[in-house]
Design a protein around this ligand. Structure first.
Ligand code: ZN
Length: 243
């Protein structure tokens, strides 16, 4: 077993460069806020990568040294190259790299590829209260979280959410305006584990919230790959002697 989980925090890193109010909330970028928290937690070895680096910072070498990748994007999903989407997809499916998909990355190319559905949803930016209920009592991603936690100002994401039924549902959100949303969803794809977590609108300080950061940390530990050999596939000899 590897002593530390190697985490890469990926961010499109565009809003923070374009909008001074968002830069004020995230002076080191959204990736900087998430990575800064994770670096202070035991057993994690944390790096960051952003869109404008060569190959979006996700070279073969970088990904082969990544156990869990977190992904935040919004404005530039379609600029993520085919090569990088393929590379991340293969690393999840065949090598078991964990993937944490955050907020508006529900529309990222990699999430849509892994889900196979449109991944659309309702939304409203009114700074309303969100209450996230834990609906899977003993789930490791909910460790340290009470029955629920609240975000005073959040962007509303509402159902129907165009994803396949999650393999495990950890959070359901209620919004002041009346909608509900499957806000914490686990998926198993091949060798890999994927967690979608919906809070994270760029104009609110969501990634400074201790509960949100705790959930991301927990999800990182849950999504880390397990150690096992590649399964044998294709034509095989029988294990027992056949008549
Ligand atoms: Zn948003």
């Amino acid at each position: 077993m590897r002593s530390k989980t190697r985490v890469t925090v990926w961010n499109e890193f565009m809003h923070e460069k374009k909008d001074p109010e968002i830069a004020e909330i995230y002076p080191e970028g959204i990736h900087g806020a998430i990575a800064g928290y994770l670096r202070g937690r035991p057993g994690l070895d944390v790096r960051t990568a952003t869109m404008d680096e060569p190959e979006h910072g996700l070279t073969d070498d970088m990904l082969s040294e990544t156990d869990v990748l977190t992904w935040w994007g919004h404005m530039r999903h379609e600029e993520v190259s085919d090569a990088v989407v393929d590379r991340v997809y293969r690393r999840v499916i065949y090598d078991g790299m964990g993937l944490i998909v955050l907020h508006s990355a529900h529309f990222s190319r990699i999430f849509k590829r892994l889900m196979g559905t449109h991944c659309n949803l309702k939304w409203r930016e009114a700074g309303e209260r969100e209450r996230l209920w834990v609906v899977s009592e003993g789930h490791p991603i909910a460790e340290g979280i009470g029955d629920y936690f609240e975000l005073e100002h959040a962007e509303m994401y509402g159902e129907p959410f165009g994803i396949p039924s999650p393999d495990e549902l950890v959070f359901i959100s209620w919004f002041k305006g009346g909608e509900v949303f499957r806000s914490g969803c686990c998926f198993y794809r091949g060798m890999g584990k994927i967690f979608y977590f919906s809070p994270g609108h760029e104009s609110y300080p969501i990634y400074h919230d201790t509960n949100v950061l705790r959930v991301i940390e927990n999800a990182t530990r849950w999504a880390a790959p397990v150690e096992r050999s590649r399964p044998v596939l294709g034509n095989v000899k029988p294990i027992e002697e056949l008549p």
